[in-house]
Design a protein around this ligand. Structure first.
Ligand SMILES: Nc1ncnc2c1ncn2[C@@H]1O[C@H](COP(=O)(O)OP(=O)(O)OP(=O)(O)O)[C@@H](O)[C@H]1O
Length: 340
């Protein structure tokens, strides 16, 4: 858990309200994010977990407004950043925010870095976009940023190209670019998936260090519940485009309520267990075209599903203080009659 303590009534930095993001497939819109609401407070670390295809990346791309043009779009809801709804912002308005107030790092740094430009050029580009700064100063700041993210020989690395660096160093460079203007929010989308285990731990430690130093809020998308336990304050569990559980990290680990969360927890390999493969949940996340229109989207895979789970759509509601669950096992999740 993050060491910074926060009061419960601190104003959120980011508030996502009823967000729906759809993709046009064969002329029809299918929602990959379907009515998602959550908030992130300044300097809080919020983890987003769920299997592949649950909508974690689409959700973060929606916040950054980096959806594939002409295919994906926000169809409903609000993305309130520092009190302003940015869901309807134009590309030029977003360019003023991205890299400056909010940044993102991705799974595969090689695809995010431009292979034909030096590391220094790519760092300085962000600085020039958002600051009035001389070339000489920008170079000095770039070297300083590389030093901050733990790159040795920053004076020479600044003139090298991405292919000359290891995967771990490239991810450090991506972090340096992301934090160049000291954003208030960093979205890290599985930032260590492409790296080997020891480097993964170093990168996570680096993100945590920078988060503490810069008082930055972080949305951390990960498959790794161990990382969540170590890094996050709050956790959001997503399934098939919806949030199924949302609470603080201790409650999630010690008192998970949703059957999906419980299965995710059970699938964590234990150190003292001999297992041939990593645990997994039977079945697959439904594709956008096969999403059930009514009922719980997890019902088909749920070991404790009841007949009504396929007929009544549960709502995400508080089951106890600060603990939201969307499951008909809990009275609060049962929709009020007449309300869809
Ligand atoms: N460009 C796209 N066009 C159509 N469907 C898409 C597109 N991008 C994502 N999707 C669909 O949206 C759903 C959510 O995908 P998303 O990438 O957000 O999942 P995820 O939880 O981030 O998975 P992963 O952990 O593998 O990154 C999936 O069904 C996916 O197939």
């Amino acid at each position: 858990m993050s060491v910074i303590s926060r009061s419960n009534n601190e104003a959120p930095l980011l508030e996502v309200k009823g967000l729906k993001t759809g993709f046009t497939i064969d002329g029809e819109i299918y929602h990959a994010v379907d009515g998602v609401s959550f908030s992130v407070k300044p300097s809080q670390i919020v983890g987003i977990v769920g299997e592949s295809g649950c909508g974690k990346s689409v959700m973060s791309m929606s916040v950054m407004k980096l959806l594939p043009m002409g295919i994906g779009k926000i169809t409903d809801g609000e993305v309130i950043f520092e009190g302003k709804n940015i869901a309807g912002y134009s590309e030029s308005e977003m360019n003023g925010l991205r890299g400056k107030e909010m940044s993102m790092i991705f799974q595969e740094p090689m695809t995010a870095l431009n292979p034909v430009f030096t590391i220094g050029f790519q760092l300085q580009e962000v600085l020039f976009n958002h600051q009035k700064i001389s070339k000489q100063k920008a170079r000095a700041v770039s070297v300083e940023l590389l030093k901050q993210v733990g790159i040795s020989r920053p004076d020479s690395i600044v003139d090298e190209y991405p292919h000359q660096l290891s995967g771990g160093m490239r991810q450090r460079v991506m972090i340096a670019i992301a934090i160049a203007c000291q954003p208030k929010l960093l979205i890290a989308d599985e930032p260590t998936t492409a790296l080997d285990v020891t480097v993964q731990a170093q990168i996570m430690e680096l993100i945590k260090d920078i988060q503490t130093k810069n008082n930055m809020a972080v949305i951390l998308i990960t498959h790794d519940l161990g990382v969540v336990a170590e890094m996050c304050d709050e956790v959001i569990v997503m399934y098939a485009g919806k949030i199924v559980e949302k609470t603080d990290v201790d409650t999630l680990f010690y008192n998970p309520k949703h059957p999906y969360t419980k299965l995710l927890m059970e699938s964590i390999p234990k150190l003292d267990e001999e297992v041939d493969t990593l645990g997994s949940i039977e079945g697959i996340v439904p594709s956008l075209k096969n999403m059930p229109k009514v009922g719980c989207r997890f019902a088909d895979r749920c070991p404790v599903a009841m007949p009504e789970c396929k007929q009544i759509t549960p709502v995400l509601a508080e089951v106890e203080d600060g603990h939201d669950v969307s499951c008909l096992l809990y009275k609060s999740s049962q929709p009020v009659e007449g309300v869809i």
